[in-house]
Write a protein that binds this ligand. Structure first.
Ligand SMILES: [Zn+2]
Length: 252
């Protein structure tokens, strides 16, 4: 009896620690949307090289502006208008069910020279989903995008940066490269459009992948911050390109 009790003193703290560790990345993510936590989790294996967070352009001042979670009937048209005004092409990681609801917005993206990429069908947590569920989420959105635009998506971004090793392997098996980002426009430490813009401008580097959102939550601040960011980057000599073009400039 005594020995059982004693072993419980050992087992319970270990279990608690294990539980805490498995939840830690979620907590971190909750507080800092562009947290680097998944890179910390996967630092010990070779997966890092298969996750694109920035592209080495050999100093060429090219950056990619990417949008997640749309299309949205309010924010996506506003953003498309901004991109048109500043004459630049961006990359939209769309959610399949939103794309199905607003197919005309995907057509507008393609017609304006933007790229449409895969952010799953329903935006679930892919770190906990089954193999079949992950496959279905990627595949279903792949088909939605193809049906609307006639083009095959080539980049995949896991929702909320939640994924595991297998998620990347499944995406690769479907012909996708997994793309994360270097900096996120929306950030808990930047409460106003001006602060959001300043933070992103301060971090300017060649080959950066900038993440912004055009759906899911209120994105008024993002819409207000974008022209400030674009103007300043262009003043600094940066050119905004799609992800495909950015990767075409990758140094050998
Ligand atoms: Zn998302």
């Amino acid at each position: 009896m005594k020995s059982i009790k004693r072993s419980l003193y050992v087992i319970i703290p270990i279990l608690l620690l294990f539980l805490l560790q498995s939840q830690l990345y979620r907590l971190h993510y909750f507080f800092r949307e562009d947290s680097e936590i998944s890179r910390v989790i996967y630092k010990t294996d070779s997966l890092n090289e298969r996750l694109i967070t920035r592209v080495d352009t050999n100093g060429q001042k090219l950056v990619a502006l990417t949008f997640d979670d749309g299309p949205d009937p309010l924010y996506t048209p506003a953003i498309l208008e901004i991109l048109k005004n500043y004459q630049l092409q961006a990359t939209f990681f769309v959610v399949g069910e939103n794309a199905q609801a607003y197919p005309e917005l995907l057509i507008r993206m393609i017609e304006a020279g933007h790229e449409v990429e895969n952010h799953t069908y329903t935006h679930p947590d892919l770190s906990r989903a089954s193999h079949l569920k992950i496959e279905a989420e990627i595949e279903r959105n792949d088909q939605v995008i193809y049906k609307i635009t006639g083009t095959k998506a080539q980049f995949f971004r896991p929702p909320k940066k939640l994924f595991r090793r297998e998620t990347i392997a499944i995406a690769e098996a479907k012909g996708y490269k997994t793309v994360l980002w270097s900096i996120c426009v929306e950030n808990s430490r930047a409460a106003t459009p001006l602060k959001m813009a300043k933070r992103v401008i301060k971090s300017a580097k060649p080959g950066m992948i900038i993440l912004a959102h055009d759906g899911r939550l209120n994105r008024n601040k993002t819409v207000a911050a974008l022209p400030l960011i674009i103007k300043e980057y262009q003043k600094l000599g940066y050119r905004f390109v799609t992800l495909e073009e950015l990767l075409n400039h990758k140094a050998e």
